[in-house]
Design a protein around this ligand. Structure first.
Ligand code: 1GP
Length: 245
């Protein structure tokens, strides 16, 4: 069974949580212990990526340490072809649909596709859009940010991702966003699509996670919490529990 099919099967029954680890934010050793805490808290997968990564080695060493410390699937969340790693189990083969820069829409994919073929990392197709405030990802990705209240545009992107055959759609407010994507936008997007909906950016506690899941998110991603929360085990366990709705 593929990781994609495993995820789709799990979310047909319940909402799940993914932990995002940015290799640029801590040593591989610390990344390994964050992954272990994620696994112990009931998270379903580890995403690895970030906008400010500087070398493939950084990604390789981080994934090696994650895999040494936990058994969750590792899914790359790459900002470019240079940061793919054959140590990962899968890669979100993601197009940043609202970028003005074609590199993030398709050109980096062209550069990385043969590496994925050769290494047998499982590609999982995903349409990715960034909503205000967008944060670093919005800036580096040269994104035409979707306005927080522009539901129609968000639905247009979500349906486009589905019609283009993408397996997942990701509504991103940007890592560290003060406000996550609104419940209303999540609800309206979810109503209109049949593919699973991932939501991330600015989710730091169980109450917010629950609201986003109730609005229609199938998968909640948290990143900053892993780096900053001193009670990480409790916070993640509470978030995972809050998704039991
Ligand atoms: C970023 O949505 C993720 O891609 C995670 O955001 O760091 O705010 O949890 P946070």
């Amino acid at each position: 069974m593929s990781i994609k099919n495993d995820i789709i099967k799990i979310i047909s029954n319940r909402k799940i949580h993914f932990s995002l680890i940015d290799p640029d934010k801590q040593s591989p050793k610390v990344a390994g212990s964050l992954a272990k805490i994620s696994e112990d808290s009931g998270s379903t997968a580890i995403m690895i990526g970030g906008s400010t990564i500087i070398s493939q080695k950084q990604v390789d060493e981080t994934i090696k340490s994650i895999k040494y410390n936990c058994n969750l699937p590792t899914i790359l969340f790459p900002s470019g072809a240079k940061y793919l790693s054959n140590y990962a189990d899968a890669v979100f083969f993601m197009s940043l649909l609202n970028s003005r820069n074609l590199n993030y829409v398709i050109r980096e994919h062209v550069k990385g596709a043969s590496f994925i073929k050769k290494t047998n990392i499982e590609p999982i197709s995903m349409g990715y859009v960034i909503v205000e405030p967008g944060m670093t990802a919005g800036r580096i990705g040269e994104v035409d940010l979707i306005k927080r209240n522009d539901i129609e545009t968000a639905i247009g992107y979500a349906l486009s991702a589905q019609y283009l055959g993408m397996d997942f759609f990701y509504l991103e407010a940007g890592s560290g966003a003060e406000k996550p994507v609104s419940d209303k936008m999540i609800r309206e997007v979810k109503k209109n699509i049949d593919i699973p909906l991932i939501v991330g950016g600015g989710i730091r506690d169980l109450y917010t996670a629950k609201k986003k899941a109730l609005a229609g998110a199938d998968i909640i991603v948290t990143g900053t919490t892993l780096e900053e929360d001193i009670n990480l085990k409790k916070t993640l366990t509470d978030i995972v529990k809050a998704l039991e709705i």
